[in-house]
Design a protein around this ligand. Structure first.
Ligand code: CDP
Ligand code: MG
Length: 751
């Protein structure tokens, strides 16, 4: 047994931080291959000659390929099913058989918990049952999803089933994208949107029924919404709440709502045979590729679903697979389709299309395909056993992305995806021992492992003053609550008694984390709102740079032309401004290896933000900055808590936490001969190293000004100067210990 943790040590989650540490330790073998991951994806990116690789096909899109994609998407859009066909499909779903039972239980109870296998029709049918039963007469029927992709794709599906135009009777609302109208009676939305709406409409009066879908995922916003709804339900006896969950672990929800009835949709599932490896693989990508090829060459027809950790792994898997299949003679065609949340929507849609006759489809997905998306026809599942999750380390005060082993519950869910339409097979890229000993029975709820600053701000804005009194499904770690409150205080969003300040109220109105919102508020204060809005918008859309494997050199050169040496934020601003200057031309964007879709999304987002900024601040003109230095100054105000100082040799050290970090290879600052002394960064990615993404050079005085609460200058502190010898001798400012200690202590007492 290569793992040090044994199952008997696993106890109910009380101390998530140490649990996570243990988890990380236990999973270190499983994660080992991550070390090669980064290099691999960089190789994939730079390999100029992987002809016809999937990366080339999807990212680079030659004209012919683009045409194929467009036709495929058209086929989805135009796939007109007759009313009879649609009805037949709906009636074959397990949920349909339960229709009357579900409706009568809802009529008699305010809260109902519905559980059922993935694909049984919970998400697509419940809303329609409720609408047909008259619930839309006095309000909208809402259905929340933890994932944006699911909200969009399900709304599209339901609009087809109801024969209406998407955005009219059936619509969806996700951050910065609202496809609803006056006519909307069924609204799919992310749980974050519902939370945001409750700021203006605390009793959620516009809704007659709320379905909280995928509650088993225990996403942060789902948990918070459930806690809020408990209060709302007492005051709105007419409101119906349905909580759906894919696992049998639904008793939790039932007891949370005082013993509400549990309905199980019995579905037809087929047996799935699971196979484990005998030894742990060195590299889960290579192991999975090998397994795909073995199935493809030797096993009966049926599509394959591969679970990977994230975009980089998925791209690597797809490109290696494409290469290998192409090198094989006499192999049947294999259609390789990636899916992850940042993939543009039309490419995501391809996953749902049946494979071309004679070909086999392999879908390479993140855990997005575990429960929220149902793809028919999957017979083989390959489970890499890992997932990338966001983990907040309250001691270091940073959010990081980490690859950790999935839970046993996740593993069972993944396997289940193979047995929807016929008997299936699941190949687990880990040993049976590892499953038993290195995986937790259940996933740790997000509330116990992420940064809560945003959530705490929202709760404060909802007048939930006593955070500790809030009814949590599982309470967050108190150290994480207090460090989030401390961060909000340092940002100026809370006063020293823990009360929301005027600034805090402003920040809470923006649907983004308070630091990003701070950029917009600073934009108003420093007269560069125009630039800040563009930067924030560009930060909230998928990567705009196309990385083409087929034309690696060209795409790299194209990217380099946009780089602003001292700032990735300014680089993004530069891209956006140029795109505007060239008339928002798609042609221009493609020519410069930019995703025009992302640019247009950024543009739409910006328009929404302008409206929001106008209504929040009552401003008339969106002012432009006098110089780019002013813009950088402003960027600092939202990121001062994530600052680092150079240590030489292309490495940096976090000022607050002393973590040693490198600049991510996609950054404009990567590989610069002389690196700026102080920088701020957007996110930290943990692979074998810590990489900072989206970085901007800052002046130390700015950090001292913005981060008064966090930093203090040494007595001999002098601003950065040119002479490198002096630089070394110069005392640095460091994490504030003494001067703000009392203030912090007072603050902590206050909350
Ligand atoms: O929510 P649950 O997992 O219980 O099932 P669902 O999402 O309501 O899916 C029911 C059926 O609708 C499945 O058989 C899917 O194939 C189909 N569906 C679809 O074709 N396209 C979508 N975007 C969503 C669902
Ligand atoms: Mg569902």
């Amino acid at each position: 047994n290569i793992y040090s943790t044994s199952k008997s040590q696993v106890s109910p989650v009380r101390d998530p931080e140490s649990q996570l540490a243990r988890l990380a330790k236990a999973g270190s073998e499983m994660v080992r291959s991550q070390r090669q991951k980064h290099e691999r994806s960089m190789q994939a990116r730079n390999a100029s000659n992987i002809e016809g690789s999937i990366l080339g096909k999807i990212m680079g899109q030659s004209k012919r390929e683009a045409a194929v994609t467009t036709t495929a998407v058209k086929r989805v859009k135009e796939r007109k099913l007759s009313r009879e066909e649609i009805l037949a499909q709906r009636q074959s779903l397990p949920a349909f058989a339960m229709r009357e039972k579900i409706l009568s239980t809802i009529r008699e109870n305010q809260v109902v918990i519905v559980i059922g296998e993935t694909g049984s029709g919970k998400t697509t049918q419940l809303t329609q049952f409720l609408a047909a039963d008259g619930y839309a007469r006095h309000g909208v029927i809402a259905c929340t999803q933890p994932r944006r992709v699911a909200a969009m794709s399900v709304a599209a599906r339901v609009s087809v089933e109801m024969g209406v135009k998407l955005g009219e009777e059936v619509g969806y609302s996700i951050r910065f994208e609202n496809e609803t109208s006056e006519k909307t009676i069924i609204k799919y939305m992310t749980d974050g949107i519902l939370l945001q709406e409750s700021l203006n409409d605390p009793l959620l009066d516009r809704y007659s029924c709320i379905i909280i879908d995928e509650a088993h995922e225990r996403a942060l916003n789902t948990d918070i919404i459930l806690g809020l709804l408990k209060r709302v339900l007492a005051r709105r006896t007419d409101l119906k709440l349905i909580v759906t969950s894919a696992t049998i672990n639904a008793n939790r929800f039932s007891s949370f709502f005082g013993g509400s009835p549990l309905l199980k949709i019995e579905g037809r599932t087929f047996p799935v045979t699971s196979n484990h490896l005998l030894t742990m693989p060195d590299d889960h990508v290579a192991a999975s590729v090998k397994q795909v090829l073995s199935i493809h060459l030797q096993q009966a027809a049926g599509d394959i679903l591969v679970f990977m950790t994230g975009q980089e792994d998925i791209e690597a898997t797809c490109s290696i697979l494409a290469e290998k299949v192409q090198a094989m003679e006499n192999a049947k065609p294999l259609e390789i389709l990636p899916i992850y949340s940042q993939l543009p929507a039309d490419l995501q849609a391809r996953v749902f299309l049946p494979a071309t006759p004679g070909a086999r489809k392999v879908i390479v997905a993140t855990n997005i395909a575990e429960t929220s998306l149902t793809v028919d026809g999957i017979r083989y599942v390959i489970d890499g056993g890992l997932a990338k999750i966001k983990v907040y380390n309250s001691r270091l005060g940073v959010d990081t992305f980490q690859v950790v082993p999935i839970s046993q519950a996740n593993a069972a869910q993944r396997a289940g995806r193979a047995g929807r339409t016929s008997e299936g097979f699941c190949y687990r890229m880990y040993t049976a021992d590892a499953e038993k000993n290195a995986m937790f029975p259940q996933t740790i709820p997000e509330i116990q492992r992420t940064n809560l600053a945003n959530t705490m701000l929202t709760l404060k804005a909802l007048n939930v003053d006593e955070i500790y009194d809030f009814d949590f499904l599982d309470p967050p770690e108190s150290s994480s609550v207090s460090s989030s409150l401390y961060e909000l205080w340092a940002l100026g969003a809370l006063d020293s008694e823990g009360k929301l300040t005027e600034l805090g109220l402003k920040l809470s109105r923006f649907p983004m984390d308070p630091y990003m919102a701070r950029l917009i508020v600073s934009g108003v204060e420093c007269n560069c709102l125009d630039e800040m809005l563009s930067i924030v918008s560009m930060m909230s859309v998928p990567n705009v740079f196309i990385r083409s494997a087929e034309r690696a050199k060209e795409s790299d050169t194209a990217r380099e032309r946009f780089l602003v040496a001292e700032s990735d934020h300014l680089t993004l601003l530069n891209v956006y401004s140029q795109w505007l200057a060239f008339g928002k031309s798609d042609h221009w964007a493609t020519e410069h290896f930019l995703h025009s879709k992302s640019l247009r999304r950024a543009h739409e987002t910006r328009q929404q933000l302008v409206k929001l900024a106008r209504s929040s601040f009552g401003i008339k003109n969106v002012e432009k900055a006098k110089s780019l230095d002013d813009v950088r100054r402003c960027v600092c105000s939202g990121y001062f808590h994530q600052a680092a100082r150079t240590k030489g040799l292309q490495t940096y050290q976090g000022i607050r936490n002393n973590v040693v970090m490198k600049i991510h290879p996609t950054s404009a600052l990567y590989g610069l001969g002389s690196l700026p002394e102080y920088i701020v960064y957007h996110e930290l990615i943990l692979t074998s190293q810590q990489y900072m993404t989206v970085v901007t050079a800052v002046d130390p005085e700015w950090l001292l000004e913005d981060g008064k609460a966090l930093y203090t200058a040494d007595e001999h502190f002098v601003p950065a100067i040119e002479d490198s010898q002096q630089k070394k001798a110069q005392p640095v400012f460091k994490k504030s210990k003494s001067s703000n200690f009392r203030a912090k202590k007072k603050f902590m007492k206050g909350v």
